[in-house]
Ligand binder design. Structure first.
Ligand code: PHE
Length: 360
């Protein structure tokens, strides 16, 4: 066995086994069987003691050379196998980071919600806070306190939804026909100075392309000691230009009448109509967008505020109307059809909250 041929055969056999090891565990078995404590090379080395000194040295050198060669081959094979195993793992555990996110449908923000957010952003910047009131109102807050007594013709124009009759002598409750009752509730509750807007739902028995029985208004109210018509004009001009994003948008104040403001003004913005398309901005035409005026002294008195000390202004506008004008939505009824195709078209991407810094 320890002769030249025997050792050459052993060497060849061991190296073949190393090369044939299919994985690191198989390779370890080959190593133990060859170089381990009871391995074939180790056993042969133990047997050297029985040889003559010369033969021992010679055979010892050869065995050492075989041992080194096999150890070296094992190391090389080990590295090869480790690499192959890593490749297999990488292939199996692959994550394609370029894959798009799972295709789920993102919801849309309704144009009314979006417009309310825009109103809040604009008036918030001017120092207004948001107030709310109930949808079901009593006669006092919706009409009387606003200087609309029972016989007043303005009552007819409101196309009011009445709730079933209450006790004898009590006026029925109503679905609020405008957001102006929130003016009353706010003035009853907090002492001036007051600076609020109240966006919310309103109800009138009316339905066509420009009217819906449920719609939205935003009310504004400012009460302070020295508030005058100039403040009203400045605030509303600034609002119109910011909301429509047109710096030179013409804004016109036209004398009008509301029972709860004196003087009253309706506000028009400039537009042009060419070939049937409406364009907001400097032009030959005007579009009415809101009602406004200085709060009537009787309204202040109704809320326990002294008109000799305090005065202020109020305004109100339809949210659908300004949203339709800004976003080119032709029919008001579609706002409440709950048609997903409509919402995907006219809706807004969530998480893109309107802000004046980013632009509206
Ligand atoms: N409440 C009025 C309406 O519904 C709008 C308005 C509010 C007008 C405040 C003037 C002041 O038509």
């Amino acid at each position: 066995m320890l002769d030249q041929d025997g050792l050459d055969a052993l060497r060849a056999e061991l190296l073949t086994q190393v090369a044939a090891a299919a994985d690191s565990r198989g390779l370890e078995e080959v190593r133990v069987a060859a170089l381990g404590k009871k391995g074939r090379v180790t056993e042969l080395m133990k047997g050297l003691g029985g040889l003559s000194p010369d033969a021992r040295r010679e055979a010892g050198q050869r065995l050492n050379a075989i041992k080194d060669a096999v150890a070296e081959a094992i190391e090389a094979r080990k590295a090869e196998l480790a690499e192959a195993e890593l490749e297999v793992r990488l292939a199996a555990e692959t994550i394609d980071v370029t894959l798009p996110a799972r295709p789920f449908t993102v919801g849309r923000i309704h144009p009314i919600s979006q417009t309310v957010e825009e109103l809040v952003a604009i008036f918030g910047e001017m120092g207004f806070s948001v107030a709310e009131g109930p949808h079901i109102e009593d006669d006092f807050h919706n009409f009387d306190a606003l200087n609309i007594p029972p016989e007043h013709p303005a009552r007819q124009e409101h196309d009011t939804f009445f709730l079933p009759p209450r006790g004898a002598g009590e006026a029925p409750l109503v679905l609020r026909t405008h957001t102006s009752p929130v003016q009353i509730r706010t003035m009853q509750k907090v002492a001036p100075p007051i600076r609020i807007i109240c966006p919310g739902r309103t109800f009138r028995a009316d339905s066509d392309a420009t009217h819906s029985p449920m719609f939205h208004q935003v009310e504004g109210l400012v009460i302070d000691r020295k508030t005058h018509m100039g403040h009203l004009k400045g605030t509303l001009i600034e609002f119109c230009r910011t909301f429509f994003g047109i710096d030179d948008l013409p804004v016109r104040f036209r004398p009008s009448y509301f029972p709860f403001t004196e003087p009253s003004a309706e506000v028009d913005i400039g537009c042009s109509r060419q070939g049937g398309t409406l364009k907001i901005g400097p032009g030959a035409d005007w579009l009415e967008i809101l009602g406004s005026g200085m709060v009537h002294p009787k309204v202040l008195v109704n809320c326990g505020i002294d008109p000799e000390v305090y005065q202020g202004y109020a305004f109100g506008m339809g949210i659908e109307r300004i949203a339709m004008l800004k976003y080119g939505i032709p029919d008001l009824r579609t706002f409440f059809d709950s048609d997903l195709r409509w919402l995907r078209h006219y809706g807004f991407v969530p998480l893109e909250a309107p802000s004046l810094v980013r632009g509206l």
